[in-house]
Design a protein around this ligand. Structure first.
Ligand code: SF4
Ligand SMILES: [Zn+2]
Length: 276
């Protein structure tokens, strides 16, 4: 029922847990709240991310192919600070190798550390000749500043995998323009000006959603509408996860369709070639 309730993954996979805030999208971190409530705040003690190697076995146990959201109790590309970084790199490496060893699943990776994702993308290029095709590399873009910073890194990836942006929590209006195009031939951001090149790289998928939780910040319908229109204009499939109307969160597809005035089928689209 994902199409109706807005959830676009089947299962969460959390071999790494714990993180630190890095941009306004983190202010009301859901994972931190869950950790405080059910785990005494052990994972978000500031020394993470903490590694739970036994969780890696889940990929083997899930016999049917699934859409796996990697690390929704952390940021899969957060590697801590100071002397812990080297050890955390090894843990991340183990997680990526486990994913590589189970290619039947689709892996959704979403980060606020897109520069670290770009670092790993270089490594994957060296080891495997690119990012595996079934890995969806995404960045959170809560406002214009962070969309500009993160999308650049996403587009420059050395990969064949998917590249997507999650505008959740959407905290302001965001304009997508030439800065969010990339010319792989000339290694050039702002590829709009790369006149002779036809293969501009752009986002493969856009997810849009208001913030959740009791401390959620407002999300105007006009910001959502603007992103939908921009996605359609650029030919990028759009997935509207949830919207806010008069302080209430709406997830039902038919309701969202009525409120925004778009056909339901145009608001929950999968990236091309990844139809379920
Ligand atoms: S990056 Fe994600 S998990 Fe980490 S603090 Fe921010 S919202 Fe929480
Ligand atoms: Zn070019």
């Amino acid at each position: 029922m994902t199409l109706q309730n807005g959830k676009y993954w089947d299962v969460s996979f959390n071999p790494l847990r714990g993180c630190t805030h890095c941009s306004p999208g983190c202010d009301n971190c859901w994972a931190e709240d869950v950790d405080k409530r059910f785990n005494g705040g052990k994972d978000f003690d500031g020394t993470g991310p903490h590694f739970y190697p036994e969780v890696l076995d889940k990929l083997e146990h899930w016999k049917k192919p699934r859409k796996v959201f990697v690390c929704d109790m952390s940021d899969a590309f957060y590697w801590g600070v100071g002397s812990a970084v080297t050890e955390n790199h090894l843990h991340q490496w183990e997680v990526f190798c486990a994913m590589k060893a189970h290619p039947r699943h689709q892996y959704l990776l979403l980060t606020k550390r897109a520069e670290n994702m770009a670092y790993w993308s270089e490594r994957w290029q060296g080891w495997w000749g690119g990012t595996p095709d079934n890995w969806w590399l995404g960045g959170t873009c809560e406002n214009q500043e962070w969309a500009d910073k993160r999308i650049q890194h996403l587009l420059q990836r050395r990969s064949t995998g998917l590249c997507w942006a999650s505008f959740e929590p959407l905290l302001d209006s965001v304009i997508l323009d030439r800065r969010h195009l990339y010319c792989p031939t000339h290694d050039f951001n702002g590829g709009f000006y790369c006149g002779s090149c036809r293969d501009m790289r752009r986002l493969d998928w856009i997810v849009i959603g208001c913030e959740s939780g009791p401390r959620r910040r407002p999300c105007k319908l006009e910001w959502v509408d603007s992103l939908i229109r921009q996605g359609k204009k650029m030919g990028i499939p759009v997935w509207v996860k949830q919207i806010e109307v008069k302080g209430k969160i709406i997830k039902g597809l038919n309701q969202i369709s009525n409120i925004l005035g778009y056909p339901a089928e145009s608001l929950r689209q999968w990236p091309e070639k990844r139809q379920p």
